[in-house]
Design a protein around this ligand. Structure first.
Ligand SMILES: Nc1nc2c(ncn2[C@@H]2O[C@H](COP(=O)(O)OP(=O)(O)OP(=O)(O)O)[C@@H](O)[C@H]2O)c(=O)[nH]1
Ligand SMILES: [Mg+2]
Length: 375
């Protein structure tokens, strides 16, 4: 059974629930840019909001997580559903212009070239062999093909490599401002909520304020932060982080890194040096090297991912700011064009807004009304 059928029976059955009322989101609304100086201040603000919210959340609640996906992907869903419905209203099966407009819509939704061609060609074929005649037929083929593609390109459930017998080491890489530090804080918070001990290493010794930012997060979430002075050697911080984590019996060490990409060779050298230090201390580590990508940057994010893939062994992707984009298709492009699994998605700014990537919930969050609409 394809993902489309699975979702249709799982989510749109008898226990169908009402979507909570939310204000309409403007398509062109963007995640606000934050200046370097404002970052620390913002951490405080965000943490306070999150603490207020945390008490109402149960982390393992499946239904709540589905709702969070729905809420976080609302911008993309509202925009795509509206545009597809508008396009479908003019559907005529022998009209090549329709197929071209469909391709434009898909490209603009960031699903990528390969996925776009596959979806449009599937519809062309189904029209030619006379399976598609009406607007409803076209809608079903488009939505089913898209949803099934999510199922095919992204494995059912993400696999996060944890060291069950000792310290798990996770290295976070990615360019400036994509959300590395925030993701570390969110992840730390979630592990601490589960009763685990977390150490964070401030491997970004480059950007002014980065060390302080991690310390503020550490205080908020209750994780020890290991750091050196600005301009210090990140590999030395990593070494200290491992020592501290071991000595304190921590379960997980989260390593922040600087977000430079001006010089590929420097980046490679710096990351390689950190990795050497890590694996000298713990042979299987880092257990995960997570590349953080900002979903709002579309094709750019994909290009960054290609460069990082060439320079270091990326084991998974964290796709942040999905809530801030109307172009949620990027997951499909990543799956199709990179072959690196998306392991986590950031669906908002609070500490509970980081989620293990779940293909079903994700596809449902993106296509809820369209799936329900299909006969
Ligand atoms: N809306 C939204 N904002 C996010 C998300 N993740 C991160 N952000 C915001 O993105 C901004 C940048 O996040 P940082 O964590 O500082 O990014 P970084 O990669 O560490 O940046 P550098 O340290 O400059 O390399 C902050 O304002 C975060 O609140 C998300 O999932 N959704
Ligand atoms: Mg940072």
């Amino acid at each position: 059974m394809g993902l489309f059928d699975k979702i249709k029976s799982a989510f749109t059955g008898a226990d169908k629930k009402e979507e909570p009322k939310q204000p309409e989101v403007k398509e062109e609304e963007k995640v606000s840019e934050v200046s370097e100086d404002e970052k620390v201040e913002k951490v405080t603000e965000i943490s306070e909001q999150s603490t207020a919210k945390d008490t109402t959340l149960e982390p393992d609640n499946d239904r709540r997580e589905t709702e969070q996906y729905e809420k976080g992907l609302k911008k993309s869903r509202v925009s795509f559903t509206r545009r597809l419905n508008e396009l479908l209203a003019n559907f005529r099966y022998e009209d090549e212009e329709f197929f071209e407009e469909l391709e434009d819509l898909l490209i603009e939704s960031d699903v990528g070239f390969e996925a776009t061609m596959h979806i449009a060609d599937t519809l062309r074929y189904e029209s030619k062999v006379q399976n598609v005649r009406s607007m409803k037929d076209a809608e079903r083929v488009i939505v089913q093909t898209m949803v099934d593609m999510y199922g095919e390109t992204n494995p059912d459930h993400h696999f996060f490599n944890e060291n069950k017998d000792g310290l798990t080491v996770v290295l976070f890489v990615g360019v400036n401002g994509v959300g590395k530090t925030t993701t570390i804080a969110k992840m730390a918070h979630q592990y601490i909520e589960k009763g685990q001990k977390v150490v964070m290493a401030a491997g970004d010794t480059f950007r002014a304020g980065a060390i302080e930012q991690l310390h503020v997060w550490g205080d908020r979430v209750g994780a020890e932060v290991v750091s050196t002075k600005q301009g210090g050697d990140p590999a030395a911080v990593v070494y200290d982080g491992i020592e501290t984590a071991r000595n304190s019996g921590a379960d997980i060490l989260l390593i922040d890194t600087a977000g430079r990409l001006q010089n590929k060779k420097n980046l490679m050298n710096e990351l390689e040096k950190m990795k050497r230090v890590i694996s000298r201390e713990i042979p299987d580590a880092p257990h995960e090297t997570l590349l953080v990508l900002d979903a709002t940057t579309g094709q750019n994010a994909l290009n960054q991912a290609k460069i990082f893939k060439e320079t270091t062994d990326v084991t998974g992707i964290v796709l942040t700011k999905m809530d801030g984009t109307a172009k949620g298709g990027i997951v499909l492009a990543i799956g199709k064009e990179l072959g690196v699994p998306v392991k986590f998605v950031g669906l908002g700014e609070t500490m509970n807004d980081l989620h293990p990537f779940d293909t079903e919930k994700f596809a449902y969050g993106l296509f809820k009304e369209l799936i329900e609409q299909t006969a």
